[in-house]
Design a protein around this ligand. Structure first.
Ligand code: SF4
Ligand code: SF4
Length: 388
């Protein structure tokens, strides 16, 4: 969005307030300047030079979770998350608590292996106890193709940083699922961060560079689909790469889309369990995928599905938001955890490694013993017991 388009977008706001009705930061704080309408108004004032770019103003704009709940609510069609991204680019130097992460991201986004090795060392000091341990064996350690003699198809994996460095087991589980269903699986080393943390920190120039390199990298992968287990990566690639890089990874697919489209999960069974499902914001608001995971789970024999109240409400993670606004993140998450507990479920399933991270943290605090699983773990387990 160029400057003129940005100013036009901001000027279209009539202050109706429709956008704040689902805004989690507004609903939790009940503070107008912490909601969608307030943010659009503040950015309008900043653009008209009626407000200076203070630290306080930057906090309001950087406290947006970029969840997208407000995106389709605006009657005049303002794309609020996109406006917030633009605002962050202008305010990045005023957001002082983001300084360290912003500096680290500039270095790390194109050098993920050494950056996560460094994070692993820092973790040993115990100063960031809420992050899962960084693995010593990233999922994308090398280029690998799991070949089949008679193949159903050929699929590649876009791991994303969370799977690659925190939850490599999810990547291995997805490889097993695909392979068990006759797919040749391509694990293609060299992908970069999708760019979401860079955009979130206001580093647009760096995000553009990363987007272009990922598009170029994946254009060399021969596969019918490039499957992602992280809806934030998928949304950024599908929706934002065309704006940032003028191109995208056209065959990127969310795991749930792929599972349903190719009927991967027929005939599966697990030991009887009450299961509930949490909708990740970028899967729901970003990609519009809500039925597919429920169809998958309800189709597994042994699953007693219990819908939770507010399943589509945010869990409070939102990437760097959970580091910078820890108290607010916990408050939003607490409501989610209460809704999960009320279902009486043994297991809560979701489709985003970031949500898994947040739910694990919330579960540790509430000590309920409820299991937290990404949907690929459930399928992998079910295949292990019923499909050989
Ligand atoms: S993206 Fe989410 S947190 Fe940000 S203004 Fe919109 S609803 Fe609120
Ligand atoms: S819904 Fe749109 S017009 Fe209404 S307050 Fe929000 S941004 Fe402004």
């Amino acid at each position: 969005m160029n400057d003129t388009a940005y100013q036009t977008e901001l000027s279209r706001c009539n202050r109706c307030g429709a956008c704040k009705t689902l805004c989690p930061t507004f609903l939790t704080t009940m503070n107008e300047s912490m909601g969608a309408r307030g943010r659009v108004a503040l950015l309008g004032e900043l653009e008209e030079d009626r407000l200076p770019p203070t630290k306080k103003l930057a906090e309001k704009i950087f406290s947006c979770m970029l969840c997208g709940a407000c995106r389709n609510l605006c009657p005049t069609g303002i794309n609020i998350p996109e406006v917030v991204y633009q605002g962050r680019t202008r305010l990045k130097d005023s957001f002082s608590r983001g300084f360290l992460l912003k500096t680290a991201l500039k270095y790390a986004a194109s050098r993920m292996d050494p950056a996560f090795k460094a994070l692993r060392l820092i973790q040993k000091t115990g100063i960031i106890p809420y992050l899962p341990e960084v693995t010593s064996e990233p999922f994308k350690n090398g280029f690998q193709v799991y070949r089949q003699k008679k193949k159903t198809g050929r699929a590649a994996i876009f791991a994303g940083c969370s799977v690659n460095y925190f939850y490599p087991g999810l990547g291995r589980a997805l490889s097993r699922i695909l392979y068990a269903r006759g797919y040749e699986v391509v694990v293609f080393k060299g992908e970069l961060c999708c760019g979401a943390p860079l955009r979130s920190a206001g580093l647009t120039v760096e995000a553009v560079s990363i987007a272009k390199r990922n598009v170029e990298h994946f254009s060399r992968v021969r596969a019918e689909a490039i499957i992602s287990m992280c809806p934030t990566c998928t949304t950024v690639i599908r929706d934002q790469y065309p704006l940032l890089a003028g191109d995208t990874i056209s065959n990127i697919m969310d795991i749930n889309e792929f599972l349903v489209k190719h009927d991967i999960v027929t005939g599966l069974e697990i030991s009887p369990a009450v299961v509930t499902y949490h909708d990740p914001c970028h899967l729901n608001y970003g990609l519009g995928i809500t039925d597919e995971p429920r169809r998958v789970l309800r189709g597994i024999k042994g699953v007693e599905f219990a819908e939770m109240r507010g399943a589509r409400e945010c869990c409070g993670f939102a990437g760097s938001f959970s580091l910078h606004f820890r108290g607010l993140s916990k408050d939003i998450g607490k409501r989610k955890m209460e809704n999960i507990i009320d279902t009486g479920a043994d297991t809560v399933v979701t489709s985003c490694p970031g949500c898994v991270m947040q739910l694990e943290d919330l579960e540790r605090a509430s000590n309920t013993g409820i299991k937290i699983k990404h949907i690929v773990e459930v399928i992998d387990e079910a295949m292990g017991s019923s499909v050989k």
